[in-house]
Each structure stands twice: as C-alpha cells, then as structure tokens.
Ligand binder design. Structure first.
Ligand code: SF4
Length: 383
C-alpha cells in the first residue's frame, strides 16, 4: 500500500484577484473564523476515518493551499496537524507545505510555522514588477514580495519556493527576464512558473472579452515559457513538471504524488479527495466537497461522489503523468491496471512519437520539448 497526501483548502482571501477562479471568499480586514474552521475540518476528518481510511497507510505530505493560508495564525496549522496525527501515522520526514501571500506575512509568522513543523513555503509572488502586479490586482508590491521571501529564508524553513506567472497582459520578454533574475538573487529551492490563463466567470476574462485588456498571443506565451526554461536550466535547475522547477531532490512531493496518480484526502470547501478502491468494482472514488464555506462551517461537509472506472483512470493517469518530465512508466501502468500501455494507447503513442511530441526511453514515455509546448493537444489523444 502506498502512502497518501493530505490537502487542506483555506478558503479565505482579503479580496478576490480578478484573474482567480479558485474557490475562496473575501474577508477584507476581518480575521477568518479559524477556530470554527478547525472544528469543521475535524468533522470532515471523522468522515474520512468513518470511510475506513484510518490506519491503512501513512501520510507522506500535507499541503495547505488556498485561498490564502497565510491569513491563518500558526495555532490553526498546529491544530490541523494535531488532528491528523490523532487519526493517521505520519511517514518519517513527511513534507508539510503552505502557500503564503506576501501581503499577509511577517517574519515571526514564518518562524512559528517552522516551529509547528512546516517544512516548505510556497510564496505567491507572481511578478516583481509593480505594474504587472497592479494588472493582476495583487495586494502586494515588489518590495513586499522580496521581503516575504527574505523572511521565509531567514526563518530557516527547509524549502522556500517562489511562484511566478508569465504571459501577463503587458509583460515583455525583458520584464520576464528581470523577474527570473530577481528570483535568483534569493536562495529558493523551487520555482513554479505558470502561464496566466483565464477561466470564464473571472473579472479579467470579462475585461479581455470586452477588449479592455489584451492577452498575449499563443506564440508570445510559448516564447516566454522558453525564456523561463532556458534561464533556469542555465543556472542548473531541473524542470520536473511542465510549470515547475526545483533544485536536485527538492521537488514538491505533495504535487508529485498528485501527478503520479497517487491518493490524497482533500479537506475544506471545494477540496477533492482521491481514494483507490482495490476490491471494488471501480478503480477509485473522487469526493468533492461542496464549495460553500457557510454550509461547511455549519454542518458536516457535503460531498459529491464520483466513481472512477478503469478506463477513465487510465486516461487520467496518462495525461497527469505526462505533465512530469520523466513521463509515464509503462510498468507502473501495468501494475495499476493489469493491461499493457501499448495495447490501450499504442496507436496514439505511435502517432505522437512520429510527430515528435512524445519520446520513449526504456520503460518511460514522456513529452519532447515540442510536446511540452502543445501539451494540451497531446493530452487530448489520451481521452
Ligand atoms: S490571493 Fe490567491 S486564491 Fe486569493 S483571490 Fe488572489 S489568486 Fe485567488
């Protein structure tokens, strides 16, 4: 039995950023109701134990994401870790990550986070350019972002990651290069660099639709992706996933488990759990908590349950695994599904290999540099 991860969603932000479609509510200057939220998380955890998860395997990683986890006091995180430890064993050296928004942190907060057992901070910088931060509607400026990174590093956390964004409206290649250079003046062990994409229903998407704002073209976005890769490769960084780079051995284990189609429990409104069903009719079960803070706080979490059959699981395993630079392992596919990868996807893979988008290397099949740039159309072949 493999170990599993735990994701805790913190669904509170000071205000909504215009590009964001993650579930969270704006609390303004108010403190989030962290004690009540801890009680509600405990209630959901009891449901997980009830579902027979308790004691089966160990927790390998814990990830506090959001929303804005850094709005919560360290006591909240300590309380969650305590509740988890009461129900599940922790693997030795379990990773404990949290996301932090530069506008909401201070040095003693990072120090206290380290004391309660956190190992990784993921700092939501997005850019070091005040003009671009303004376009994104971020609460912080460049100086605050730099201060937050320095404070997290001074606190002595094992890993400090910087989260950046590229292809922001108005972003030039020179501005992106400056962002990467500024990030490299610190000592991060991890860099995430995601292309800005807009979902329906966001404020920024409406502005783009009304031509009040202009997104970069696909070609410009690809050129910016290449800049990130080239600059980080030159200073010895390893790209281990399409949008994620790490120093050797410092990958985010929680996210790697997700891309490797491992199991995880998701706590909080809008959080998803993914649990295998080794003896059931289906391959796995996905449980999604209703995205509604008020109902989450007032009663037991309401879950939408999705049974995942073997064929759907094969598809998901393939396109999530292909996000990783070392690709899919054919032997793991066989171990999980009892079928040969080639018997299921041989035709699609052959076409993609001939088209220069996939490459085989022993047991593994992965994206080529060209495949990375048009990964969505590669993934479609597996659906
Ligand atoms: S702070 Fe993060 S989660 Fe909150 S609205 Fe902005 S981007 Fe979304």
């Amino acid at each position: 039995m493999e170990n599993f991860g735990v994701y805790i969603h913190v669904p509170f932000c000071v205000r909504k950023c215009p590009y964001c479609d993650f579930y969270s509510i704006a609390v303004g200057d108010e403190a989030p109701p962290w004690r009540e939220y801890l009680v509600a998380l405990r209630r959901q955890l009891d449901l997980c134990v009830f579902a027979g998860l308790s004691g089966r395997r160990m927790i390998e990683s814990i990830y506090f994401g959001g929303g804005t986890p850094s709005l919560m006091p360290p006591e909240f995180f300590g309380g969650v870790l305590k509740e988890l430890a009461l129900r599940f064993p922790f693997a030795g050296g379990a990773e404990v990550s949290f996301e932090a928004n530069p506008a909401t942190v201070r040095k003693d907060w990072f120090c206290e986070m380290k004391e309660i057992g956190a190992t990784r901070a993921s700092i939501g910088v997005q850019s070091f350019d005040d003009d671009l931060l303004g376009k994104l509607g971020r609460l912080h400026g460049a100086v605050q972002a730099m201060q937050a990174i320095a404070e997290a590093e001074d606190a002595g956390l094992c890993d400090v990651g910087i989260d950046l964004m590229y292809a922001i409206p108005g972003e030039t290649e020179a501005r992106l290069e400056d962002d990467i250079k500024t990030a490299m003046t610190f000592q991060p062990s991890h860099i995430s660099a995601y292309q800005l994409t807009l979902e329906e229903g966001t404020v920024m998407k409406a502005m783009v639709d009304k031509a009040e704002m202009h997104m970069l073209s696909d070609e410009e976005a690809i050129r910016q992706m290449r800049i990130v890769e080239r600059m980080l490769r030159r200073v010895g960084w390893k790209r281990y996933e399409i949008s994620n780079y790490a120093k050797e051995g410092r990958e985010c284990r929680h996210n790697v488990n997700y891309w490797r189609y491992g199991e995880y429990i998701g706590l909080g409104p809008a959080a998803t759990s993914f649990i295998r069903e080794p003896s059931g009719e289906n391959f796995a079960r996905r449980m999604i908590v209703d995205p509604d803070v008020a109902s989450y706080l007032s009663d037991a979490a309401r879950l939408e349950i999705e049974d995942i059959g073997k064929r759907t699981a094969m598809t998901e395993f393939s396109f999530m695994g292909l996000r990783m630079m070392d690709g899919i392992s054919e032997s793991r596919f066989k171990a999980l599904f009892g079928a040969d990868f080639d018997d299921v996807y041989g035709e699609a893979v052959q076409e993609l290999v001939q088209g220069g988008m996939l490459a085989r290397d022993g047991d593994r099949i992965g994206l080529t540099p060209r495949g990375i740039e048009i990964s969505n159309s590669v993934f479609e072949k597996f659906v």
